[in-house]
Design a protein around this ligand. Sequence first.
Ligand SMILES: [Zn+2]
Length: 346
Amino acid sequence: MQARVRPLSYAVVATLAVVAICLTPPLEKKQVFPMQPVVVSRPGLEPANFLLSPLVVEASNTELMDTLAITGTITSSLYNALNESGVGVLPPSARHQLAWSLADIFEYKVDMSRDLHQGDKFHLLVERLQKPNGAIIVNKILGARLALSNSRSPLEAIHFDPPGGGSTPYYDASGMSLRAAFLRAPVAFRRISSIFGARKHPIFGEWRNHTGTDYAAAMGTPVRAIGDGVVIFAGKKGGYGNMIDIRHRNGMVSRYGHMRNFATGIKPGMRVGMGSTIGFVGMTGWATGPHLHFEIRVDGVAHDPKLALQSRGGEPIPANERALFQKMRNQTLASLSDAHGTGTSE
Ligand SMILES: [Zn+2]
């Protein structure tokens, strides 16, 4: 009995499915329609000051995209500020993602674990994407302006995909790639506990007046080479404990101290690439807690990494793509300024 009923019910279901498919109107492949931009509330600003002009947004029948202007001021941390500014327009997961994306864009310019302070401002132009299942994500950051209190002019990032491809899709206003030859920090900011904080940094009982930067991080946190180079020292050295020196192409040496141990294969003569793991955070040598001691040395003299790494910019945009870039840049900067009632000279 059951054996006969089952094929029959299958046939009924299949027939119904075919009928349903035939009756469903065909979906259009792509639609283009104007969308009003979403405005993020900003205390102290009249809506007219930051309303974007309506944008024409292209969307398929499965995804919706629009552009958001998000701005804020750091009081405790960049993450908290972004989290507050994005309330109501982005879900918590997307606000979290936005903080990391912003940090990635400025990875070669800003040491997110140290360079941010209370009162620093950010302005972002964000492409928001709603997926077919309703999930809302940040598709990309189209433009960003970071006004840091310890930097005279704001840092700007403009998203631009050169038709010929490039190393990174972000450029400053003058058309120089934000990707440079050196990372600004030897510990990935995702690994540092006080990320994006505007707080004081702990002291680890090292020798006084040392020229370098100390990064608080958990024991075993990976340490990365800040640029391509050759290991010229890997071993124990006095107060530094387990230490690595890497010589870079410009003659500059980056030094990493107090490491628990080195990555496999790290020894003098070995070539390392920017961002590759060379060892792990520890507290060998003169250190009272786990942290990385980091130095930049030029001609054997230690320099403040912040200053030594500051001026090293990236590649300029190729000449044949400049006109296109400038058009994109003008649009992005205008949108950032319109949205926030600020000029580029802020
Ligand atoms: Zn130190």
